[in-house]
Design a binder for this molecule. Structure first.
Ligand code: SAH
Length: 356
């Protein structure tokens, strides 16, 4: 993605920043300027303003979500993902319900009050299995938040998960542009279906997370403008954005990674446009750039998702290469994160961190 060279005057920039901070949508042309016309100093001021807004709503606290990667089996064949069905080199595993519960127990001991169950679309962990697992977690942890991220399911399935006690659902739309969607997915997958899932999730009362990868092959400024328009229409409670990272043995194995700077800019813009949204400093960003997590928090992100998966499977959940897996053990990981946050004046907020 290229900067267009047309620089903004100081007055124009200040006007844009104030308008966005007042909750005004810049519209497509305005968003385009935000994405392409900032110089470094303006970028830094945008991010500082986003952090200010984040602190106004959340203070210096950063919410943590314990990520449990429940299965690396997947029926789908997304071109970017290391867990795609056709990847014969992917290591496959699935956790049993008891193993998932053990992860929750360890997480609860380490102070987590949200568990995120994420996995491929595994035919064995079918709708009934997911609902039963949520029910078992809910029974043992009545006050914890349960987030699911197990892909596209039927409305009936989403309803049963909700009735079993799930509170939140993460399902990135990946890209709102259908031509681009078709560059990233085989013909049997559809962006429209994914968006329909997101609408169903919202209507069922889930706190819903959408979002996109930044810098996937074929992504243009126009695609990102479509994404921003879609997010404005959906108004998700959570917005997950991370750079595309190549995964071995996928069609995109040799494509360049997305840009950390552009990801950070999008984080800041989304913070200003959606002041109360839950926006993670993603693992993909931390993987691309060792300072990525801290930079995201200093630019408007307010959530981190440490890994609670059993250490033996973390490497196998290889959606992209060289995934940053901090801390072999969750309590230790939390301590390290606490230190990292303290070093920039922030701290862990151990609350549930619901959208309010
Ligand atoms: N099966 C679930 C979970 C997918 S993994 C689902 O379909 O929602 C969670 C997210 O990781 C995906 O939505 C995608 O945005 C991101 N991801 C997958 N492969 C990636 C890659 N190679 N680089 C960066 N992010 C990737």
């Amino acid at each position: 993605m290229k900067e267009n060279g047309e620089k903004l005057s100081e007055t124009a920039f200040r006007g844009m920043l104030d308008a966005l901070s007042d909750g005004e949508s810049p519209g497509r042309e305005g968003w385009c300027r935000w994405l392409t016309a900032l110089d470094e100093g303006q970028d830094a001021r945008l991010r500082a303003r986003a952090a200010e807004v984040s602190r106004r709503h959340f203070g210096y606290g950063v919410y943590i979500r314990g990520l449990i990667e429940i299965s690396s089996y997947c029926r789908n064949n997304c071109y970017y993902c290391g867990l795609r069905h056709s990847n014969r080199f992917a290591s496959r595993y699935r956790l049993s319900r008891e193993e998932v519960l053990d992860c929750c127990r360890e997480g609860a001991r380490a102070g987590f009050s949200t568990f995120v169950l994420q996995g491929g679309e595994d035919g064995v962990q079918d709708d009934a299995w997911v609902a039963g697992t949520v029910e078992a977690i809910r029974e043992e942890f009545p006050a914890h938040a349960i987030t699911l991220s197990v892909g596209e399911r039927s409305e009936a399935a989403y309803r049963s998960f909700r009735e079993a006690g799930a509170d939140r659902y993460l399902l990135r739309h990946e890209t709102r542009n259908d031509v681009h969607y078709a560059c990233l997915h085989p013909a049997e997958m559809s962006g429209a279906r994914r968006r329909e899932c997101l609408r169903v999730l919202k209507s069922l009362g889930y706190q819903t997370g959408a979002g996109m990868m930044v810098g996937t092959p074929g992504q243009t400024v126009d695609c990102l403008l479509d994404d921003l328009a879609f997010l404005e229409e959906l108004e998700p409670e959570m917005i997950g954005m991370g750079p595309f990272l190549p995964a071995a043995h996928t069609p995109f194995a040799h494509c360049p990674a997305g840009s950390a700077a552009l990801t950070l800019r999008l984080v800041a813009l989304m913070r200003l446009r959606f002041p109360r949204a839950l926006i993670p400093a993603t693992t993909a960003l931390a993987t691309l750039d060792g300072q990525g997590r801290v930079a995201a928090i200093l630019g408007g992100a307010n959530v981190v998702m440490p890994n609670l998966s059993p250490s033996g499977v973390r490497e196998k959940y290889a959606i992209y290469d060289h995934k940053a897996c901090q801390g072999g053990e969750s309590a230790e990981g939390v301590r390290q994160l606490e230190q990292e946050l303290r070093s920039i004046g922030y701290h862990i907020d151990y609350g549930r961190g619901d959208y309010v």
